[in-house]
Design a binder for this molecule. Structure first.
Ligand SMILES: [Zn+2]
Length: 531
């Protein structure tokens, strides 16, 4: 069977950028565009050239992308000619491969918001599309509020879509702007549109206000639409846009779609999906959604022992797709609920051979349970579990020894009378026969300790040069009779690998020190540093 082509349109840089608290720089926008382009997205919408200086600059850049780079803007304003509209002129001046116009398609909005006649709105669509097509641009027309408009006045909503198509728009995009339409409604309404405008010219732009933007996009495809708009990780104002990451997983891996459609994302690039999703969160400087379908840290995590033992026999027992296909990994949580199967599976993943009835495995499980009872959480700290397991099975070298450390925090009055806080750490380390002393200042005691520890590890220094602390989280727990502090540290290395380590103590500095030490030792083990 010949598969039809489905086109993906990303609007992370335009609609996604309207999210509260999201503020992309030019550098961010270029990095995201390059990442989307490499993934195989067909269209990337960059923003509104002419409407804000950053987007104007973005469109002036030589971006070197394969995709159809798209500028977004309004159709000509009421009462103006297309030749005499500054907004339209700025759009045409931008170095864009395509222009995506937004136009009203709900009669109520035309009258109340635009304050013009229904006929003039159609003329504005016709004039704007024609002018951009004449200027050699591929044209898309976003029909704003299409579904709400259709429910109020189906003839007028359809007239807007047909008018854009007849004027030469490559895609007529039906927008669920308020995000309240349900999948069965989308399917029915899109089917009436594809009876008037051929489906291979119809697109869908769904918002997620009932958490069904992905389902709505798929419903539109079922009704004949062949173009889907969305954003990375579903970024977007209010509840977000359709999540392209989830859509790509489904379109590539579910037979109903994969058997009928091709998208621009190859199987090889699909294996980058988790990486792309996490890279966006990195740029936004926020923790990713652990429970995100396909790509979340927990998307293939299994905690209960009985599930884990079934997964070991055959992963398909509890997994709907194979995690590696989207660049994710199976995670069998080692926790107080864990059975021996989880521990064995984790050992296998980190490359430690052990037999099921090895007494050391039983002992390891006991130690994990004891430590979790006093506040450790190994399911959140994969690298600390890795080290614990290696130590108990006897394979972590004593690379170095911290014989003493000293951390102080000083608050004083600065030259302008302001309060200044300075932290300093001094660390004494023995590496082989070498005795080293390092000192460092930091913006807090843990930062100072981290910097001092990593300043000079003698012959191990080259191995930890690319090591960076990327996240630091502290929680106070009530374990047993006293309050303890749990510190989780996330680290990253020069290869972009991430790992998490843990420390638990009544004292926050001791807990942090333990997690920092684990992170450094883990990096040395991972890099194959000699003992
Ligand atoms: Zn939108």
């Amino acid at each position: 069977m010949v598969r039809e082509r489905l086109y993906l349109f990303d609007t992370t840089l335009r609609d996604g950028a309207q999210t509260n608290g999201v503020d992309f720089t030019l550098h961010d926008k270029l990095a995201i565009a390059a990442m989307l382009d490499d993934l195989g997205i067909d269209y990337i919408e960059g923003g509104y050239p002419g409407a804000n200086p950053l987007d104007t600059e973005l469109f002036a850049q030589d971006r070197g992308l394969k995709c159809t780079f798209t500028a977004f803007g309004m159709t000509r304003r009421p009462g103006r000619s297309a030749a005499n509209d500054p907004g339209l002129a700025a759009l045409l001046a931008a170095q864009a491969d395509a222009i995506c116009f937004v136009a009203k398609s709900w009669d109520y909005h035309v009258r109340v918001a635009l304050e013009t006649t229904l006929e003039d709105n159609l003329a504005s669509i016709r004039d704007s599309v024609t002018r951009a097509v004449d200027a050699g641009r591929e044209v898309l027309l976003d029909c704003e509020h299409f579904f709400d408009g259709y429910k109020a006045n189906p003839d007028y909503a359809l007239a807007c879509a047909r008018c854009a198509y007849e004027a030469g728009a490559r895609w007529v995009v039906l927008c669920d702007t308020n995000g309240g339409t349900l999948p069965h409604e989308i399917e029915t309404i899109v089917a009436t549109v594809t009876a008037v405008v051929p489906g291979h010219h119809v697109g869908i732009h769904a918002h997620n206000d009932t958490e069904q933007a992905v389902a709505n996009s798929l419903a539109a495809v079922r009704a004949g639409a062949r173009h889907i708009q969305g954003t990375l990780n579903g970024l977007g104002e209010r509840c977000g846009n359709a999540n392209l990451i989830s859509l790509i997983g489904t379109l590539k891996l579910k037979a109903h779609y994969a058997g009928r459609f091709d998208i621009g994302v190859t199987d090889a690039k699909l294996a980058n999906l988790a990486k792309v999703s996490r890279a966006l969160d990195e740029i936004l400087n926020r923790a990713g959604n652990r429970h995100a379908p396909y790509v979340g840290e927990s998307a293939f995590a299994t905690k209960a022992g009985i599930h884990a033992s079934a997964i070991l026999k055959d992963p398909a027992t509890y997994e709907h797709v194979r995690p590696e296909t989207v660049g994710n990994r199976r995670k069998l949580l080692v926790s107080d609920q864990a059975g021996r199967s989880n521990v064995l599976a984790e050992l296998e993943r980190i490359g430690i051979a052990a037999e099921r009835d090895d007494p050391r495995v039983v002992r390891l499980l006991d130690v994990v349970k004891e430590r979790e009872a006093i506040g450790y959480a190994y399911e959140a700290a994969d690298a600390s579990f890795d080290l614990l397991a290696r130590r108990m099975l006897g394979r972590v070298p004593e690379y170095f020894d911290v014989t003493q450390f000293d951390v102080n925090v000083e608050q004083r009055i600065g030259p302008k009378g302001e309060r200044v806080s300075v932290s300093m750490a001094v660390v004494k380390v023995t590496v082989g026969d070498e005795h080293l002393i390092s000192a460092a200042e930091g913006n807090g005691p843990v930062n100072a300790l981290d910097l001092a520890l990593r300043k000079d590890l003698g012959k191990y220094q080259p191995y930890i040069k690319g090591l960076n602390l990327t996240d630091y989280r502290v929680r106070i727990l009530n374990a047993g009779t006293e309050a303890v502090t749990r510190v989780l540290i996330e680290s990253e290395d020069e290869n972009g690998e991430h790992w998490t380590t843990i420390g638990v103590s009544p004292n926050i500095i001791d807990a942090s020190f333990e997690a920092l030490m684990d992170s450094i030792v883990y990096k040395l083990v991972k890099s194959g540093a000699p003992a």
